[in-house]
Design a protein. Structure first.
Length: 349
């Protein structure tokens, strides 16, 4: 390993998080030692050719599975694997790993790739541990949760959103607190985002044949959404997902504040066909559309359901620059259900 020290240091400075660099510097300070890549039987792994009773250490062959998996995909998708893994590849290649296995991925794995004349990852991002209600996962405490058990009781998009709302660019641990989980999802996704569509669509479909107006009556609100999109995009790029979520929810708050101030329900009592109602709803639904675009990397199913409701093609990041005007929407159907605390009780029982 010591012969790769300089390459590993140089690569790590541009490809690893600061906390990980600091940790690896402890290894470098001690001097890298030779790495034993074999294990004696009994051992579950690949036997070394011509070495009876000797097996490759799992952390030698496991990362090679990344290449093997792409090789398998390349056969089905007819892509050239060399474009991804050859030494001169220009494709961006990222690894996301737990912080407890960073030494295997940030020292041994790049050394293997260097020795094989293959490219190294563009960057490796380490995540912290997951705790449940402030405790380590434990079967005896009822906090050891399998993904398939979670899916029996809860929508996976709730978990995607909750993790995104707490995940930064560092290696801090994340706590899955189920009381907070219920409150945050119900408040943010249902109370703030979905509520915009459900509140406004009824006016448009009932009194305006489902058609939005020809202009935005508060263009400054849409402009504010575009300004926020730059910061949101930057937060996604830097993997500061929690900051992106905060910015998105700030825009949702602005949209709901606008609707509450305009009070289309009061106008409807006087004249349900007042064009001002159509204008208010058009403005609000355009901000809803922006929110869907911004949340789509986190909530793809909610985005797909919203696209169907809005009667639009799959939304892309570039679509944030356009407006939805003189456009017919579908009747509103629930895009996401509130979390029932009973489902949490059943999951943890």
């Amino acid at each position: 390993m010591d012969k790769y020290t300089d390459q590993l240091k140089a690569w790590g400075q541009k490809s690893l998080q600061p906390e990980i660099i600091n940790k690896l510097n402890e290894w470098f300070a001690q001097g890298l030692k030779s790495w034993d890549i074999s294990r004696d039987e009994p051992y579950f792994g690949f036997e070394i050719p011509n070495k009876p009773g000797k097996y490759f250490y799992v952390w030698l062959d496991a990362p090679i599975g990344y290449i093997a998996s792409l090789k398998n995909l390349s056969k089905r998708k007819k892509i050239n694997i060399d474009e991804y893994w050859n030494h001169d590849s220009k494709i961006k290649l990222y690894h996301f790993v737990g912080k407890d296995i960073i030494n295997f991925h940030a020292l041994f794995w790049p050394a293997i790739l260097e020795s094989a004349n293959l490219r190294k990852p563009t960057a490796i991002f380490a995540h912290g541990y997951l705790t449940i209600n402030g405790q380590k996962m434990s079967k005896s405490r009822g906090t050891f949760i399998l993904a398939r058990d979670y899916l029996k009781h809860l929508n996976p998009e709730y978990l995607r959103y909750y993790f995104a709302a707490k995940l930064g660019s560092g290696i801090d641990d994340i706590d899955l607190n189920f009381d907070d989980f219920v409150k945050r999802n119900n408040s943010d996704l249902i109370g703030k985002v979905v509520n915009i569509a459900s509140r406004l669509s009824c006016f448009i479909n009932k009194n305006f044949e489902g058609t939005l107006s020809s202009h935005l009556n508060a263009p400054e609100l849409f402009t504010e959404g575009l300004k926020l999109s730059e910061k949101i995009g930057e937060s996604y790029e830097t993997r500061n997902f929690s900051h992106a979520v905060r910015l998105i929810m700030h825009l949702a708050d602005l949209a709901n504040q606008y609707i509450d101030e305009k009070k289309p329900w009061n106008i409807s009592k006087q004249n349900p066909n007042d064009p001002a109602i159509q204008d208010i709803c058009t403005m609000g639904l355009n901000i809803f559309r922006l929110l869907v675009i911004f949340l789509k990397p986190i909530l793809p199913v909610l985005a797909a359901n919203s696209e169907k409701f809005l009667q639009v093609e799959p939304l892309t990041w570039e679509d944030r620059k356009t407006q939805l005007l003189n456009h017919k929407i579908n009747n509103f159907e629930p895009l996401m259900q509130r979390i029932d605390p009973k489902n949490i009780e059943q999951l943890l029982s």
